[in-house]
Every structure is written in C-alpha cells, then in structure tokens.
Design a protein around this ligand. Structure first.
Ligand SMILES: NC(=O)c1ccc[n+]([C@@H]2O[C@H](COP(=O)([O-])OP(=O)(O)OC[C@H]3O[C@@H](n4cnc5c(N)ncnc54)[C@H](OP(=O)(O)O)[C@@H]3O)[C@@H](O)[C@H]2O)c1
Length: 311
C-alpha cells in the first residue's frame, strides 16, 4: 500500500482520502441523508482509503458525529481523521471565527467528543480570524500535539504571507488550500515554501465540484440552491473551455479502463507537490469509484500530458 507522511509528524496515510463535506453537511448541500453519509464513509474505508477529511463547519458538527458512528466497527489505529475548527455560533446565531488559543483548545475537545475518539490525526485551523496572530493559534495546537490530543498541525485558507506567519516557529505540518488544474495559484510560490519547510499539501475541491469527472456537457444547468449555480468555473465561456479540456482525457482514461475522474485523481497522486487528494462524494458509488484511482499507475508521459491538457 502506497503511503505518505504528513509534515514533520508521525502521521502516515494513503495518498487518497475522502472529503466529507457532503457527509452531514446539511448547511452546505440540500437533500443529504445521514444514512447515505455513513455508507459513503464505510465504502471509502472498505476500499483502501484511510484518511477522512471533515470539519466542525460541515453541518456544525454533524459530519464529525456521523464519522464517529461510521468508524465504530473499524480499527481506529488504521484510520486517519483530519478535522478543522475555529468557527463558533454566537448567541445571535451568527457564525464567527475565533482562533484564540482558548477557543481552539475547546474546539479540539468538542471535535474529539463528536468523533468519539481520544486523538485527532490532523487538526486544521479552518480559517484565519483576522485578529489572533496565527503563530499564537499554532502554538496552542503545538501544546495539544505535545499532550497527544492531536498528531499533526494543519492550516487552511491562508495567503502565502499568512502561512509564513502561522509557521513562524516551524510547527505547521500540513496546508489545505484550493488547488486543481484550473486553479493553480499554489504553483507560484506556495509549493516551494511548503517543500522547503517540510509541510504537506492537501488540495481541496480536487474535482472542481464534479467538473473534472467529465460528466457535464455545455447543456448542463444547476438549480439555484446548488453551489455550482454561482461558481465561476460553471459560467460561460469558462464552463465550455473546461469541458473541452477535460474531454481530451477520455481516450487515455479508456486505455486504463478507467473513468476521467479516476485518471485526474491519479494525476494528483503522482504530483510531487501533493500529499493527499480528498475528493468528496454524495453517493457511496462515487466513493467506490474514486477509491479505485489508487490502482492506476500513470507513466511520466501520461502525467505530463494530463498536466498540459488541463490548463
Ligand atoms: N479547507 C477548506 O476550506 C475546504 C473547502 C472545501 C472543501 N474542503 C474539503 O475538500 C473536499 C473535497 O471538496 P468537494 O467535495 O467540495 O469538491 P470535489 O471533491 O471537487 O467534488 C466532489 C463532488 O463531485 C461529484 N463527484 C465526486 N466523485 C464523483 C464521481 N466518481 N463521479 C461523478 N461525480 C463525482 C460529487 O458531486 P455531485 O454528485 O453533486 O456532482 C461530489 O460531491 C470536501 O469534501 C472537504 O472535505 C475543504
């Protein structure tokens, strides 16, 4: 089994994980069912995936609760749980970010309870709060790491300058940011910084919310309550340009007896800048299909061709 190490931590995991914002993320997607969410998690775990990427923000704890239920019958030591925190709901019902050391310590304690476990493999600061110095937030996580509550320290949604601030004392193990072949900002400066500082990279929205699966045509439309309705990638002329580029992968996918999504996931797995790719799934069959990307081995030429075609 291929494994990757997370930053300077002792965490090792599979290079393909499961994104779980559609497991219990009722505040993010309409028409989700908890039972389906549990099945998605179990299908991923039964098919070679060991890392689950969740967050308090996905269903305000519901995603973590469902994962806690789903993993009960599994060997905890063989699963890596990555969660994120920092948000809280005020008495007025507003969602705010609070990355103060006290709140992050409370957030970790509450995530542990919902997940019914006694350690987190990765805890990410989900968003900067704009007031707590990021190195102070990270120092609080370092204390939790030393106490064995978390095994690796993660950050997310940071500019490169904020990442430098967060990693002032060298404690950050992993950075999770938006990156896909059509959103390559991280290639400018971030990847070099991460490699120099032994920080792993996890790209989010790796399938560009389904666009990279090759399942859409120019005629596809989205309901107003679907996040894709207002996503710039799904607006013309960009939508058609991406669909055309993704279509060029079909013959190579066929040659591997694979889907386009599996081929794209294999491209991430072979990418030296990426540690773990975490596609989301809304159905167990999507999780099953995505897990099979672990079996695809791309040649260097195929890797370069996919990279060149998806731009
Ligand atoms: N750190 C952060 O701030 C942050 C932000 C966003 C996401 N994330 C993490 O990143 C993960 C991935 O992002 P994401 O799930 O939003 O987007 P994604 O991985 O780019 O796309 C996932 C969506 O694509 C479709 N899909 C997945 N597999 C498919 C398959 N085999 N065939 C056809 N369609 C398929 C499904 O949507 P449909 O069935 O509706 O088409 C699925 O919900 C999340 O789950 C979350 O854990 C983190």
């Amino acid at each position: 089994m291929q494994t990757v190490k997370i930053g300077k931590s002792d965490v090792t995991t599979t290079p393909l994980g499961l994104g779980t914002n559609a497991v219990g993320g009722h505040n993010l997607f309409p028409h989700l069912h908890d039972e389906t969410g549990i099945k998605i998690v179990k299908t991923a775990l039964d098919n070679g995936i060991t890392l689950l990427d969740t967050a308090y923000a996905y269903g305000l704890g519901r995603s973590e609760e469902l994962i806690g239920q789903a993993i009960k019958d599994y060997d905890r030591s063989k699963i890596q749980i990555a969660t994120k925190g920092g948000q809280k709901v005020t008495d007025q019902g507003d969602m705010v970010v609070d990355d103060s050391p006290a709140h992050l310590k409370q957030a970790v304690a509450e995530s542990l309870k919902r997940l019914q476990t006694d350690y987190l493999d990765i805890f990410y600061i989900h968003f900067p709060d704009g007031k707590t110095p990021l190195y102070e937030s990270v120092a609080a996580l370092q204390e939790l790491k030393e106490a064995g509550k978390i095994k690796a320290i993660g950050v997310s949604n940071l500019s490169i300058d904020q990442l430098r601030e967060a990693n002032r004392d060298g404690y950050v193990d992993v950075d999770e940011e938006q990156y896909n072949p059509f959103a390559r900002d991280a290639e400018k400066e971030r990847f070099a910084y991460l490699q120099e500082n032994q920080i792993s990279f996890v790209p989010f929205f790796p399938l560009a919310s389904g666009l990279l699966t090759g399942k859409y045509s120019k005629k596809t439309t989205f309901a107003e309550d679907d996040i894709r309705h207002d996503d710039p990638n799904f607006q013309e002329p960009r939508f058609s340009q991406i669909i055309k580029a993704v279509e060029t992968l079909r013959p190579m996918a066929k040659a591997h007896d694979a889907t386009i999504a599996q081929l794209v996931l294999a491209w991430y797995i072979k990418n030296p800048n990426i540690s773990v790719v975490i596609p989301g799934a809304k159905h167990p069959d999507q999780a099953l299909s995505n897990a099979k990307a672990l079996n695809i081995k791309l040649t260097d030429e195929e890797y370069k061709a996919i990279d060149a075609n998806l731009r």
